[in-house]
Ligand binder design. Sequence first.
Ligand code: NAD
Length: 504
Amino acid sequence: MSETNIQGLIAHFPIADQTVPISNPVNGKKIYDLPQLSEQQVIDAIDKARLAQPSWEKVSVTERAKVLRQTQKLMIADEAKLLDLLQLETGKSRAHAFEETVGAIAAAGYNSKVAVKALARQKTKSGIPVLTKTFVDHFPVGVVGVITPWNYPLALTMLDVLPALVAGNAVVQKADNQSALTVLFARHLAIEAGLPAEVWTVVVGDGEIVGNAVTDHVDYVAFTGSTATGRKVAQRAAARLIGCSLELGGKNPMIVLESANVKRAAEIAMAGAFGSAGQLCVSIERVYVPNRMKEEFLSEIAKRTNSLNVGKSNDFSMDIGSLTGYSQLQRVTGFIDDAVITGATVIAGGEALSETGPYFYSPTVLTNVNANARMYRQEVFGPVIAVEGYDDLDDAIAWANDSDFGLNASVVGDERDALKVAEKLNAGGVNINEGYRASFASNETPMGGTKSSGQGRRNGIGGILRYTEARAIGISRGAIKIPTRAKQYNQMAPLMRILVKLIK
Ligand code: NAD
């Protein structure tokens, strides 16, 4: 993207006292300086969004859905630019940028398609048949705050911002500094598609200052990021009694069954672990395989992992790209070094690839990760997978569930056996014979986590309705009135007993 185009996008922000340099992860070179907004500038942005929201709410749902459909068309037309931007800001491979972009395009289409039905007046069963009728309307909460991380800026924006907009809300999105351009370009396309500019504002800056200002002034907050930050957001939202959804971290297990084909299982585990260099919330970080197939599995996954092309490229020649920056490199190196020092065996990878670029790290397979290694329980969020053996499937299920997290899980093997295991896993999603793509790709299927992986679900009609308030309407009708005096109750009691029996 040219300097002029970048300046055009960041002209969205008010002039700020401070800026931070944003670098391209694949070579560490500065791309541009990003303004850092103050608390007051964020509050001003929310106030403006609040002024703009009522007119957007008055636009019919059908017309709002059309804006999403048109946004989808423009994204399809500008796919190459979206891929370039995603790669520029996150350092991910073209293939992983493509996977993300397809998901984002699908989200625009899905929300456009289901919005009218999702937001239509719903007739409900009356509690006093004949005498009353009831229905529910859903109206927008007002201004929704959407807080997004740097790893999947396009997909997460489309998954969380578009449902809020189509429900008639204004959105103030706090983008991560590292991936603000992708978000701004997505917004630019929505505006080209007919969205009033004032109803989707992007703010950037210090996570705490800007994040707190958003949480303290919006009417609902949809947060995606780490569990530690999610807890802070939840506390502030609770203090204000506003709704929030929290899409947080994971320590996602895979169980390989006796019935699995070892080669296929190794391929699925490899693909499930290294998407966007493992910087993906639903990435597989631990695998449990039957002890009798462990050696073969390790050999197969090592062979596959060692054959991955890791490097920078704006075409589809590289399987894995870079980590997204210095702190990610420090994090991944720290976790893996600690695992090795405490006894883990490196089966593949295990080193930074500094000759490829400043933040590249080799896809890594470990085994014998000790229970006191930090990565045994904590999310690494990098390209590393730990393989352990089991003799008893019940043990593997117990180990899979023995985690503070419950975001994604995977089971590989005969489909019927795998489904039985899936039913025993405490996770917001389980993928059978796949790492994460099968459920992650479905916009109709709820996505979210149990335990410390979050609260609430995105996707589906519920993903739109979370941004609304339900207004229950009850109407007393007809000649027979609901009793108001004791005598009337007495007279009507026989009829009411019959009516209540009719409620099924
Ligand atoms: P993070 O929590 O550090 O930051 C996420 C966002 O919150 C950023 O925009 C950040 O600036 C902002 N923020 C920071 N402090 C804040 C505060 N006090 N109040 C409000 N906002 C604040 O997370 P990260 O490191 O950017 O992202 C990685 C984490 O996100 C991983 O744990 C990953 O698993 C998780 N994640 C989850 C999902 C999901 O859908 N469940 C998707 C992507 C990433």
